[in-house]
Design a protein around this ligand. Structure first.
Ligand code: URA
Length: 243
């Protein structure tokens, strides 16, 4: 059922209705990725994604749900998208709660993506302060030599700043050396960071898959499938973000 945006924000405990109106008017609220400043705007809490200062807004009291999705390539992690490309939430069919991705994976990246309606946990896990190791398997053009690998490990210049130390090891080299497969572990997650770091050592990414977030691993979850996190996994994430 549709309701007014300011009422929804107030119900979610963001602020009083009047204050919520101020924040809508000042452009801090997005609906489905678009800033909404009109006060009469109506939303459908079941269908629309509301962000306040780019953080998802949910009505508390709703049962918390935590899922791990194996995101396929060719899906965006935003809720809805202006270009009409498929969204990861289209893959989750039997869940009543409004869930949203924790962080993002590029359109052409596959792998582990957490989905939840726990706004607090999402906020903490995506805050730079709580950066947790993320493990990727990347197919790279060519084969980086030792110098390239050292450079990558120490940090490379990306968007005008040096990246934090990272891990990389080569797992496999194709016979003709046109490609190799590497395991990459990053402790930070800036936009397209793996791709940009690999560009910086002149071995661009041909394929990228996230296989772990901290100790949570994708395992053999099939592409496009999802599963609930175990109680232990949920506790792990909460303890991570409580530090
Ligand atoms: N780094 C990237 O370059 N892309 C992703 O999707 C995740 C990390």
């Amino acid at each position: 059922m549709e309701e007014r945006l300011q009422k929804y924000l107030a119900e979610a405990g963001i602020a009083s209705r009047r204050k919520s109106e101020e924040w809508i008017a000042s452009g801090r609220v997005k609906v489905n990725g678009v800033v909404v400043t009109a006060l009469g705007t109506k939303i459908d809490p079941q269908k629309d994604q509301v962000l306040f200062d780019d953080q998802p807004v949910v009505i508390s009291g709703e049962k918390k749900i935590y899922l791990m999705l194996h995101k396929p390539e060719g899906y965006v992690t935003t809720a809805k998208e202006q270009f009409g490309r498929p969204a990861v939430l289209d893959l989750v069919r039997d869940v009543k709660q409004r869930i949203f991705p924790v962080g993002r994976l590029d359109y052409d990246t596959s792998g582990l993506l957490l989905l939840t309606n726990d706004g607090e946990l999402t906020y903490r896990l995506t805050h730079p302060k709580y950066d947790v190791d993320k493990t990727y398997i990347a197919k790279l053009y060519g084969v980086p030599d030792d110098m390239d690998l050292q450079k990558f490990r120490r940090g490379v210049m990306v968007d005008g700043r040096k990246t934090r130390p990272a891990k990389i090891r080569i797992l496999e080299i194709e016979k003709d050396r046109r490609f190799c497969t590497a395991e990459i572990i990053l402790h930070e997650g800036k936009n397209r960071q793996v791709r940009k770091m690999c560009d910086a050592i002149k071995h661009p990414v041909a394929q990228l898959k996230r296989v772990a977030t901290g100790t949570l691993t994708l395992g053999d979850l099939p592409k496009g499938a999802y599963r609930p996190l175990t109680e232990k996994e949920v506790q792990y994430l909460k303890q991570l973000s409580a530090k």
